[in-house]
Ligand binder design. Sequence first.
Ligand code: TXA
Ligand code: MG
Length: 340
Amino acid sequence: MISSSAEILQAALKLEAGELVVFPTETVYGLGADAENALAVAKIYALKGRPADHPVIVHVSPNVNIAHWANPVPPAAYALMEAFWPGPLTLIMQRRATIPSIVSGGQRTIGLRCPSHPMAQTLLKAFKGGRGGVAAPSANKFGRVSPTTAQHVRDEFGADPAISMILDGGQSDVGIESTILDITRISAYGSVLLRPGSISAEQIAEVLGCMPRNPDKNAPRASGTLESHYAPRTPVALVASNQLAVALARCRIARKRVALLSVVARIDDVMLSNVVAHHRVLNDPRAYAHVVYAALRKLDRVAADVIVIESPPQGDEWHGVHDRLRRAAHGFKTRLDYLW
Ligand code: TXA
Ligand code: MG
């Protein structure tokens, strides 16, 4: 059931009291705490099982004074905020010294984002009168698939008493996490795309006048960029469209139970003979991102030996989806070698 305005206000009070609240955003659900309360932020790390050196994004209201959080604020930040906020873009800047370092995992940077989901906006406007920041990673256990519904969060954490409230804002619209852009070195080096998302490199280039770079060794660390992340428990095999029939045949010969996520390939009955669950996603990057995590969660529950994912088409607008699928499949390759 969608949460009421009274519940949103109650959630803001709980955040002010140093408690943890789950709230919806347009990308995925976040596990929130007062970003300026180090003890409250520490509860997030404990609950997620997240290493202490992995920074958390701070969510701010639309009328935020950005200089409260970041210093210096490069002029490009204002252009990017104007173009993409509220929305799924996280900006990494230098952290102002007064902000507790725990939100950035001890790094000297800070990640800021203003979500567009109406419930997140209402919450952020109510919390500390709109002047606060809510530190929130995705509301899942570390390394696992992000939640796009309140039910996913309940499935993941059960009735954990560490979570004071779960706000329900329906299914997240975008479905994959925000684009993360590092602008700490923008004047000397340029911007760096740390995590692709639904706001593409091309869209950013239209505002900045040049393409963001790929991460180098000096880029801030980001856990969403770990090789293995966003992963179901069932082994995942990411297979090119033109290899799908062969991959399924090999699974059949090896008597492996398959959960299949397909997108464009023609699937016939023979291919489906040992497929215990099949989810076909629309051949459209936005529609795909919208459902991909819910689909992975569903396919993870059918007790298959392997989740076979047909790799979607290439192209800039598919970049975020490819990134998540590649990380979901990472680390399972060697365990699947015997199949191929
Ligand atoms: O869409 C999203 O970004 C969602 C919703 C809830 O806003 N949040 C999210 O948070 O995906 P999380 O913690 O699962 O991923 C945040 C990513 C991590 O890879 C983290 O390392 C990076 O952002 N990050 C946050 N602050 C950073 C900082 N100061 N420097 C470098 N990376 C940072
Ligand atoms: Mg996450």
